[in-house]
Design a protein around this ligand. Structure first.
Ligand SMILES: NC(=O)c1ccc[n+]([C@@H]2O[C@H](COP(=O)([O-])OP(=O)(O)OC[C@H]3O[C@@H](n4cnc5c(N)ncnc54)[C@H](O)[C@@H]3O)[C@@H](O)[C@H]2O)c1
Ligand SMILES: [Zn+2]
Length: 405
């Protein structure tokens, strides 16, 4: 029986998010002044800066530069001193976000103000979650400082913190007003963090852009050695692919169940939680990509040669494809497999896992059998742990494994 006496409304909320790439935003006041927004002409907007502690210690002049910029700015009024707080996965929790909310309240930061966050992906998630719930949402300006965050999380519309032992369980959708990818920050990263970030680029290339994957597969030496000009190119391309997906997917706030950008992430999120943050996010994604690509090959969506090229690219970048936590069991069951159920629960009961269909395209599967997943772990363990002599390259691993040694 049709319902009478009702009405519907349709809500459209246009939102423009700008992403700027470059260097020297903090060493040159005019550069940051030019980049900053002034939505209402003639009005000085309040802006409060939160800086991740590790970044503040690596860039000791940062806080002072922010104050100098504030003194001469015609667009912004900097509120208080830049607030320095610890970041990283271990601090990505509700308590940290509430602390930031209390600071926003103390400084009377309003909805027309800006919350500016400088830090890695975990710190951005924590502080931007706080900004999105205080006053039901304060405008965000993000300065991502890691490869992962410049490639992916910084330009995304999601944020979230870990709770109940689950990654990103509490969070919101809140697009940033402005993202400034300042390449000066990534120059301070250690090699492991840089390389980990490249996994997000490999992820998006594999499901969206064959030419980009081809480029990455040829430039693995640049990734492995931390070649900054190549990382800049990688970040620009990867950030654009992520942003275009958000704009063009038709579902930026994920009302449906498809999660293409989460390719490789069901394993990644579980492994990260199991390792209590010891495995870097990008490393966990690399392992997830490797396992889900094995699955894609077994089900006929990519060829064996394509699978080998994917694994070789990951290994040549010095990314992991396997970790010993994949073997960990509880009550006789592999713990990582619970990641599938957690993903299913998150999606509302039906599984949607994106895997490659050929290189550069994708397909969604709604079931993943545990037998194939466990076979992928065995296969990847052999490739990860095989140490051929005298050549330690990934090609040598494949050649010697293929020969049965
Ligand atoms: N919201 C999203 O859409 C989204 C997308 C992808 C990833 N993420 C989240 O992002 C997090 C991973 O981000 P990450 O890889 O940046 O990790 P991270 O934030 O933990 O940073 C990694 C390490 O680098 C340090 N660091 C940060 N900037 C630095 C710099 N310039 N120089 C030297 N060290 C620096 C940090 O202190 C930390 O120890 C995860 O929590 C993941 O869930 C969120
Ligand atoms: Zn990711």
């Amino acid at each position: 029986m049709p319902i009478k006496n009702h009405f519907s409304i349709k809500i459209n909320v246009p939102f423009v998010s700008n992403v700027i790439f470059g260097s020297n935003f903090f060493s040159s006041p005019i550069r940051l002044e030019n980049a900053l927004p002034s939505p209402e002409k003639g009005k000085k907007h309040k802006i409060i800066f939160f800086v991740e502690k590790r970044v503040a210690s690596l860039f000791p002049s940062l806080s002072n530069n922010i104050k100098v910029i504030g003194r001469s700015s015609k667009k912004i009024e900097i509120i208080g001193e830049p607030i320095i707080l610890p970041g990283g996965e271990q601090n990505k929790n509700i308590g940290s976000s509430l602390k930031i909310c209390s600071i926003l309240s103390k400084y009377k930061i309003c909805r027309q103000s800006f919350v500016s966050v400088i830090g890695g992906g975990a710190f951005l998630d924590t502080a931007c979650f706080a900004a999105s719930i205080a006053h039901r949402g304060i405008r965000q300006i993000r300065f991502p400082t890691t490869v992962v965050s410049q490639c992916d999380s910084g330009i995304g519309v999601k944020n979230g913190v870990n709770i109940f032992g689950k990654k990103n369980y509490a969070g919101t959708f809140a697009p940033p007003y402005l993202v400034i990818n300042d390449f000066d920050f990534i120059a301070a990263l250690d090699r492991r963090e840089m390389i980990a970030g490249s996994a997000e680029a490999i992820k998006v290339a594999l499901i969206k852009d064959a030419a980009f994957f081809e480029l990455i597969s040829k430039k693995t030496a640049e990734i492995k050695t931390g070649n900054l000009p190549f990382y800049r190119e990688l970040i620009r391309k990867c950030a654009k692919l992520h942003a275009e997906h958000i704009q063009n997917s038709g579902d930026p706030f994920e009302f449906g169940s498809a999660r293409p950008l989460d390719f490789g992430h069901w394993i990644a999120h579980k492994l990260e939680a199991m390792s209590a943050g010891q495995i870097r996010h990008g490393e966990a994604v690399a392992i997830g990509i490797a396992s889900d690509s094995f699955f894609a090959a077994e089900k006929g969506f990519i060829t064996k040669i394509e699978l080998e090229k994917i694994i070789k690219t990951l290994l040549d970048c010095a990314l992991p494809v396997w970790h010993k936590l994949l073997k960990k069991k509880k009550n006789g069951r592999f713990i990582v497999l619970d990641g599938i159920e957690e993903f299913r629960e998150h999606l509302g009961g039906k599984l949607h896992i994106t895997i490659p269909r050929g290189i550069g395209q994708k397909i969604e599967v709604n079931e993943m059998d545990e037998k194939t997943i466990l076979e992928s772990f065995a296969y990847l363990s052999r490739l990860q742990n095989h140490k051929p002599k005298p050549m330690a390259s990934a090609t040598a691993r494949f050649m010697t494994l293929a020969a049965g040694s």
